[in-house]
Design a protein. Structure first.
Lengths: 506, 506
């Protein structure tokens, strides 16, 4: 039947990218919408991806001296109000707990009872509640730096939600650090952005641009927000991680003070940084194809799936034994320091079986039947190649080369994504060209536009605002590596000294 | 200074057990109360303990075929109401979200805005919301068994809270499974109880009794609640994990139906099972002594702390190099399949340093000074022995024997706790003796009482209720291994066929 199906996913990316995305999530069985508005259920295949991202990030955090802790889900309203910009930034999307029990209502049904004297906000982020703890923990310069991370759920009541990319509840980590000097805090901000960039490029095979946000796009209350931005296949940008230098704003709001070596009291300098389950959406939209999910080997829940083939009942025991033995051997092989993750699919359901694993994005599929066993070989399909392009390999050769094969797939995915981004990034100096670049050519496909534009910007909020209003295009970042270069603002024509990245964004 | 201090913790366990507990938590820097009523902040030392418990449990779950997933934090009120006993059991302690934003109030401050059309309950447990997903996921017997776990925070609005033991928000895992037959679901219920018992005994060195709860103590909505019960050092019981056979109650409420092999529709049989951060409280109260926390090596955040001693500045480089080299070597040594967890404390703060690690409960403390280095030896202190009882060991010998030493400490802690429980468990057949056993001898120390009583109970809720009212003593469990034995109910004198465990409980 496989031959009749042109692509495993309908519609294709070109036909309808947003709908393709939903269908990939569904076909790979990663997540689904829940009956709770804007909240998702993360299914085992999606959650395993998140666990792998967690392990990798957690190891990098710990290697940099960060320790994990856990802070309350609820934030008293008065805490959130301590930092004016901060509460302003989150007030419109806060879930508020106002009661602490249910009681019989007038109609016999249950209604909220036991009103709280002070409403509690379900954390949208934890700067204020963690700041309160830090204020108690820090008294002397000897207590600094304080390097803390928490893995948690957060809630931001979004009006328009999309699985993984924008949900009312999502999972993330939020790091919070306090330092004795501004420089140390700035260095930590950069260091954690580098961790995110390494996660994105080395593990998710997702090339990213690194830079600072414009003031309008900063985290509410931050002095500097640094970010990594990736290009999705519809040429829109995805912010994939942020690291904030908070100056002394939150230290002042929470009272994080320390005695310096000269016994004088100072305010600490703080940072915060986060990455979330939205990264999973980024993986889907960076690598997925019209047959479904394509997973980078380093974070795939299964890197290899073994598909025993035994058309005759008498072949079954022999084939299964061979496959189980191979799975055990592979499972003991280390790949980048971790045991290979191997699945065996014993179901006898014909061609649908192989397609399921294609749609789930598993990097290597191994078909093993009696003839392969007779020649001590395996039949290998790679997810980064066409599904029909399979090749036989000797069993021993496969085991010896499996790490190299996976690395090759990983590198291919990264190179492919990088080439795509480069092909869809253009320096633009002319305002008309800029507007044309971001204006959909086809009214039926409003999502199709140019990509990333490297253009001059004078730095004025008015210009940024006008472009956003006209085109729904924003300054994604002021890249760290952009050379100084004289030019004129793409909007107002005033002088500018560097190009910034403009794009439509998720 | 250490010599002047009789014990590192004031008060001692005998002087005031509840206060001793709080002081141990504080001295080990494990957690603290938060400004949010009833919620705790779990600090790095406490959280690392939780992470180790998580890793061990997670491995055992996965080995039994369970997969992790994640479900929404919020439960619509109508879901909770689907199972009558269930909602009845949790209604009084639900945090209720009623609004989705903050807006300017009449006095200028922020107040809840955007009322929700249906209130959302912050999950106290997730049977109903997970049941809703299972109803969609299960259509055929081929979809069963469905074996899912989630690591999550839950909220139960408690009036009297105590760090780790009873907090309004806590961290836990909740497993949820659906099966085609009652027997399979019952088997899974028992299997997961065994996982908890293994965690408790093999890893936490906490001996437990296994049994079923009486109907009055069952999880709201369960047909059978199985539990593990441990004895704390104040002879009170701690429920350390529960596994519920839910029959078809929740399947009916959520509509989890499947077509059997004969193509007839049936209701599934479900289970749920959970263990939480309360286990950390159990570890503290099982092993702690008057010098603070005592950690079982298998789950200690650090199993070994290295304390370099260099009184003269010129010795420092040499001592530090030796210690770093030893730490690196130990960090590459596997202990029960995981790398040893080693801390090096470089601070030059005198005797206080060693005491800090005693209070944190680290199993092995190694003091290393120039003389030890000269004889290529280390000076070893064990947390399960008196703090002065240290002994020299050759470096190579230590490395060769470290796993054995840790196993010995682990076994000692378990044996000690088991002996304590046995010394404080008594079969009681006389009502007067039973009442005397549970009546405090000293009015100033109401917590001091007998311990566990193995007594006959007729099974009537009235008898159970009377004992609870008179003595605050409950049936902790109906033990699986109790032999059939004729006797008379300790309360009413009616016939009974087996003894149950009575105790005061956390």
């Amino acid at each position: 039947m496989a031959q009749k199906v042109k692509t495993a996913i309908t519609p294709t990316r070109e036909e309808d990218y947003p709908e393709w995305y939903q269908q990939v999530v569904k076909a790979a069985d990663m997540a689904e919408n829940s009956p709770v508005r804007g909240c998702m259920v993360i299914k085992p295949w999606g959650y395993a991806l998140w666990e792998n991202i967690q392990h990798e990030l957690d190891d990098m955090f710990k290697a940099s001296g960060v320790k994990n802790a856990y802070f309350p889900l609820f934030i008293p309203l008065r805490f959130l109000e301590k930092e004016a910009e901060h509460v302003e930034g989150f007030a419109k999307e806060c879930a508020v707990v106002t009661h602490h029990r249910l009681e019989k209502g007038p109609n016999g049904g249950l209604v909220p009872g036991g009103p709280l004297t002070e409403p509690l906000v379900v954390r949208p982020t934890s700067e204020t509640i963690i700041g309160d703890a830090f204020a108690k923990w820090v008294t002397s310069y000897r207590d600094l730096p304080l390097l803390i991370n928490q893995w948690a759920n957060v809630v931001r009541w979004e009006m328009r939600t999309r699985i993984f990319l924008r949900t009312s509840e999502f999972l993330w980590q939020e790091g919070h650090t306090a330092h004795a000097t501004a420089q140390e805090a700035r260095d930590r901000t950069s260091m954690m952005l580098t961790v995110y960039a390494r996660l994105a490029e080395e593990l998710l095979a997702m090339p990213v641009l690194r830079g600072s946000k414009s003031p309008a796009e900063r985290f509410p209350g931050a002095v500097d927000t640094q970010c990594i931005e990736a290009m999705m296949q519809d040429r829109k940008a995805l912010q994939a991680g942020t690291s904030h230098f908070l100056g002394q704003n939150f230290a002042k709001a929470s009272g994080i003070r320390f005695q310096n070596a000269e016994e004088k009291e100072e305010l600490a300098w703080t940072t915060s940084w986060g990455a979330s389950t939205r990264l999973i959406g980024g993986v889907i939209m960076t690598h997925g194809d019209d047959d479904g999910l394509v997973l980078p080997p380093r974070i795939a829940p299964a890197q290899i799936v073994l598909l025993p083939i035994a058309h005759k009942e008498e072949d079954r025991p022999n084939v299964m034994a061979y496959v189980d033995q191979l799975a055990a051997e592979l499972g003991q092989t280390l790949y980048h320091g971790r045991p290979l993750r191997v699945e065996v699919d014993r179901r006898d359901i014909g061609g649908a079986r192989g397609w399921e694993w294609i749609k789930k994005g598993v990097p290597l599929r191994l078909e093993i039947g009696p003839r392969d066993i007779a020649s001590d070989a395996v039949f290998v399909g790679r997810r980064d190649k066409a599904h029909k392009e399979k090749s036989a390999m000797g069993r021993a050769q496969f085991i010896a080369q499996v790490g190299g094969l996976l690395d090759e797939i990983q590198a291919n995915l990264l190179a492919r994504a990088r080439a795509f981004r480069e092909a869809n990034t253009r320096p633009i100096d002319d305002r008309g060209e800029f507007y044309a670049y971001f204006t959909p050519q086809n009214a039926e496909k409003p999502e199709i536009h140019g990509g990333f534009a490297m253009a001059h910007w004078c730095g004025a909020a008015e210009c940024e605002g006008k472009i956003k209003e006209d085109l729904t295009v924003t300054v994604r970042c002021i890249p760290f590596d952009a050379p100084e270069e004289a030019g004129r603002c793409i909007c107002c024509g005033k002088e500018s000294r560097r190009r910034v990245v403009f794009a439509k964004a998720y």
